[in-house]
Write a protein that binds this ligand. Sequence first.
Ligand SMILES: [Zn+2]
Length: 402
Amino acid sequence: MILNEVTYRYIRHSLKEPSPSTLAFAISTTSAPSLIIYSNNGPVFNSDDITIIIVSVRTVNNLIKMLYSTNINIPEDVRNRLLDIRKNVFSMAPSSKDVLLQYPKYFKAIRLIGREKIYHYITTDLKMTLSIFTEYFGEPPKSEQHHDQVQKFHKANLIFTESMRESRKKNLLEMLQTVYQKLNSAGLSYVFSGDIRFVSMTSVAAGLYYPKSKDIRIVPKADNSKEVVGTIIHEFGHKFYYEFMSQEKKTELHNFYVELIKNGSKTLAVDKFKAAESDSDSDIVSKYKVGQTIIYTGKKRKFIGKRLEIIYLTPTMMKARDEYEKNRTFSGAPRDFYMSGWKVEGTKDISLPHKYDTRSNDWFPTKYSLKDFDEWFAENFVFYVLGYMDNIKIKNQFAKFL
Ligand SMILES: [Zn+2]
């Protein structure tokens, strides 16, 4: 998957009185800023000494609700304190930092000294993309290599958050070693390079590639499963296209893709995936019946314990979850249950094989490869690297693009 800057959770918060020594970001859906940045040394841009205040957005929002509620009687001194917090969190004047620090329940402060530390914390722990960093904080330091959370692995730099455990790092290294071996056996080990940052993401994918800053981001919880290994190879496919492919080959590849659409190969693939989905739907529907007892086998902590539940038939998953919270019953369409880890007792696993568990015979190996040119190339790259291209003509043709 390729994502652009919009996917960063925070957007720049509008400042009433902009000051070069303060900066704020907010999650797009809330009015209060969630990150306030104060420079202790001139403007925030290019500063080498900053204090970041991480605002507990939920508590601040509750506070604002409380202030505006007519049903709650707030004692005078509490009201004054709440007003004090509210005023200072929105004013973001350099002087408001000291006021906010008096309320540790709402605000956590982190002081970062040195460009490397600032860069690492903001782009990794706070997940900011590199180009947003450059826009608001100035040029990244020349290298992050001396940072204790940066580790060389083959030709790549692995960049971990401050809080990552050693055991987690070990698991991630195992997964990356599998990825490296696969690339290596396809003669593409040189693609395993650049920055690999471990950052939790709101997207469903285990990995992302940013063409602008040329880094790969991987979720810290990634495991060594076929699914994850395939996904990370997919990201290296994007990296290959953007960083290692000559303009000549790119043009050749693009013309080839246009031809596949013109000659109907893509339409055929669309029909093939539609048919497969409708088959699996009817298979699921035949096994999940209204009123039937099912067991939850998913991983959500709240649901652990393999409780028996009853299926009722109502439309959406969101509604079903709310219901579960309230009544310990759960309702949804059969496919909703199936997709979220509920199994009908006594039936064998009816899940479809994972997309990187299958082999490919045509130019559109997965449903995702239908999305656009970029994803089409990256998906074929995975099948090529894994040695899953069964059609020798396709395999040889694809090799010519590399
Ligand atoms: Zn992709």
